[in-house]
Design a protein around this ligand. Structure first.
Ligand code: SAH
Length: 222
């Protein structure tokens, strides 16, 4: 059964072109990121009653108190990752799955962790329906990373982290990049860490963003 939600009409394609143009005007220059964003139908990650909001450059609620990140933020974080084809990327905070699909379209092999079971189940199913076979989804606590599949070339955290988790740093390859919004207040600082040796990192900060919090452990549902 194909729901009408998963039809990519000319109208949606046109709206997406405009969104990408807008993101380019806001300063995103990585052509691989822009091409991926033009390809992935963002409305597939919305409930059918909210499709009209999918091509605004805004975050949007996806249920379970979570949000799909603003397209500009997805583009910004994806650019900071400097994705190369075939790289192994770990994402913390699967949410709707949209960010994971952007990275997959850029040629990455994506491993993504979600702590909310309902969201995990819903998104895993959607990614199967959309045939994103290079994305592997995991239900668990992202603070711990994914030791069994480490090391990773790159990592992206899509929730606000109060601190940088040691397990993530340990599971990053030397010369790998971690992109993470850090801070406990309303706004967080987008931060990149490049692993310069087994024990050293170089840190760069890239301005303020607003994310839902990175919470500890799996969610306790029902
Ligand atoms: N990348 C997502 C946006 C996710 S919003 C997208 O493209 O739609 C942040 C997500 O992180 C939420 O779904 C939230 O449940 C999840 N999250 C929060 N803390 C977590 C943790 N410790 N481990 C894994 N996922 C977590």
């Amino acid at each position: 059964m194909t729901s009408t939600r998963l039809i990519d009409s000319y109208r949606h394609q046109g709206l997406r072109k405009l969104l990408v143009k807008n993101i380019r005007l806001k300063g995103i220059t990585d052509e691989n990121v822009l091409a991926a964003m033009e390809k992935v139908p963002r409305h597939f990650f919305f409930d059918s009653s909210f499709l009209e909001y999918a091509y605004e450059d805004k975050p949007f609620p996806i249920g379970a108190g979570q949000t799909i990140s603003q397209p500009y933020t997805v583009a910004f974080q994806s650019s900071l990752l400097q994705v190369e084809k075939g790289e192994k990327i770990l994402e913390i905070g699967t949410g709707s799955g949209y960010q994971a699909c952007i990275l997959a379209e850029m040629g990455a092999r994506v491993f993504t962790i979600e702590r909310q079971k309902t969201l995990f189940d819903k998104t895993t199913k959607l990614l199967q329906t959309l045939r994103y076979t290079t994305i592997k989804t995991f239900y668990g606590d992202g603070y711990k990373g994914l030791k069994a599949f480490a090391p990773f070339d790159k990592m992206i955290v899509t929730a606000a982290a109060p601190f940088i988790p040691d397990d993530l740093l340990d599971q990053l390859k030397v010369s790998g990049i971690l992109v993470i919004p850090v801070g406990e207040s309303d706004l967080q600082t987008m931060t990149t860490l490049v692993k310069t040796s087994d024990t050293t990192f170089s840190k760069t900060e890239h301005g303020a963003f607003r994310f839902v919090p990175l919470l500890t452990d799996k969610a306790n549902e029902k």
